[in-house]
Design a protein around this ligand. Structure first.
Ligand SMILES: Cc1cc2nc3c(=O)[nH]c(=O)nc-3n(C[C@H](O)[C@H](O)[C@H](O)COP(=O)(O)OP(=O)(O)OC[C@H]3O[C@@H](n4cnc5c(N)ncnc54)[C@H](O)[C@@H]3O)c2cc1C
Length: 386
């Protein structure tokens, strides 16, 4: 692995850890910060050089996500959604689509969002009701998408919908008439990630914006995007957990109560020890997922589900442990441990919830014993992403 991209991410985020508290409180990631990230080229870290990226390995992408995630979940969210849309286009887009849409994503000239969730379709994305109807050389998109990360500001949105009742995916440019953005503010975590619900009211886009033919929108296009997103979220969680552990350990050594340092209490040391092991285990699972992705192994998708599950749990434990160790300092408005404590809960929900990951992992296990489960959401998509 070349250190360059990872070093760039480390140096970019060194000052961002402290500034991110303000972005979180304001509920907005400044456009200058998004431009700063874009200027490093890191938004295209794993995009091939032929499409304007840095051509990095999955491990490099992961380490970059960990550095950024260890400073600011919203900024890591930007890397995630940009990468999700680019990955889906690179895998399933036509050559003209790849050549047109991917380079501006790699450079950050344009920012993208991924809109799948609806009121009746969260975990069960097979239930999306947004329609994509053909009309001459255009398609007309109608529906209501919820919880779209960077939906307030994205230049382009990859929308999961249905065409003639079959899943499809279509790129909708943000300037198209009929697209309304309803900002979501004050949510539990990722508060600076410009989240919005999107109304698509007869939005007309050229037919060329449709990515892959009807039938493949969920099982192929969205599945590839979600698998990529899960990978960067997993690594982002490792970064969050590592930051929480460092913060808790430094505080335990510095803070004295009753004449002794907190670190002298066995309960505090045991808590730190437990978190250190969980984080290292999550990191190793993320590295395994990265290796399998680099080898294009059919096991990579399942390994990514396991890594994301473990890393989100590690971030949850580390956040909770760090806030406990810091006491009131962990509850302060600018506490990074407090912010990651909130963000970590969100990580257990997005890109495949912890519940559903457990079912996937158990299903794979039970298959070895001849049991064929049929009802876990996303099982079919997992098969098709390989
Ligand atoms: C901060 C944030 C950012 C987001 N960004 C995006 C985005 O960019 N794009 C996008 O499309 N969506 C986004 N989402 C939406 C997110 O993907 C969904 O919230 C998630 O898929 C869960 O859907 P739901 O909230 O409708 O929960 P539900 O599907 O209603 O599930 C609620 C709970 O029930 C459990 N559950 C559901 N079905 C099953 C089952 N079959 N077996 C066992 N347990 C089950 C779930 O695990 C969960 O714990 C975001 C959400 C948040 C909070």
């Amino acid at each position: 692995m070349t250190a360059t991209a990872v070093e760039t991410a480390a140096s970019l985020t060194r000052t961002m850890r402290d500034r991110a508290a303000d972005w979180d409180a304001r509920g907005s990631l400044p456009s200058g910060v998004r431009a700063e990230l874009a200027a490093t080229g890191l938004l295209g870290v794993d995009i091939p050089a032929s499409h304007g990226g840095l051509g990095g390995t999955p491990e490099e992408l992961g380490e970059v996500a960990a550095r950024i995630g260890g400073a600011c979940s919203a900024l890591r969210g930007l890397l995630t959604v940009q990468g999700m849309v680019a990955a889906a286009l690179l895998r399933w887009g036509t050559r003209p689509q790849r050549d047109r849409w991917v380079p501006p994503l790699a450079s950050g000239e344009r920012f993208a969002a991924f809109a799948a969730t609806e009121e009746e379709a969260g975990t069960e994305l097979g239930r999306v009701r947004t329609t994509v109807d053909e009309d001459g050389d255009d398609v007309v998109v109608t529906g209501h998408k919820r919880w779209v990360t960077f939906g307030q500001t994205a230049d382009d949105v990859l929308v999961l919908g249905t065409a003639r009742g079959r899943p499809t995916a279509v790129l909708v440019e943000g300037h198209r008439p009929g697209l309304t953005r309803e900002p979501v503010t004050g949510q539990l975590g990722m508060r600076a990630a410009h989240i919005a619900h999107l109304r698509l009211d007869g939005v007309r886009v050229p037919r060329d914006n449709v990515v892959a033919r009807p039938g493949l929108g969920l099982s192929h296009v969205a599945a590839t995007a979600l698998d990529h997103g899960r990978f960067t979220v997993a690594w982002g969680c490792v970064g969050m957990a590592e930051t929480c552990l460092e913060t808790a350990a430094a505080h335990a050594v510095a803070r004295r109560q009753g004449g002794v340092r907190l670190a002298e209490h066995e309960l505090i040391r045991a808590q730190l020890g437990r978190c250190a092991v969980e984080i290292e285990a999550a990191r190793q699972l993320c590295l395994r997922a990265a290796r399998l992705r680099a080898e294009r192994s059919p096991e990579a998708v399942a390994a990514t589900i396991v890594a994301k599950y473990a890393a989100a749990r590690a971030a949850g434990s580390a956040g909770q442990g760090a806030v406990s160790t810091l006491g009131s300092a962990g509850c302060a408005p600018d506490s990074i441990a407090g912010r990651f404590f909130r963000d970590a809960k969100v990580m257990e929900i997005i890109e495949g919830s912890a519940n559903v990951a457990e079912l996937h992992i158990a299903d794979r296990l039970l298959r070895r014993y001849g049991f064929r489960p049929g009802s876990t959401p996303g099982t079919q998509e997992e098969e098709n992403t390989r």
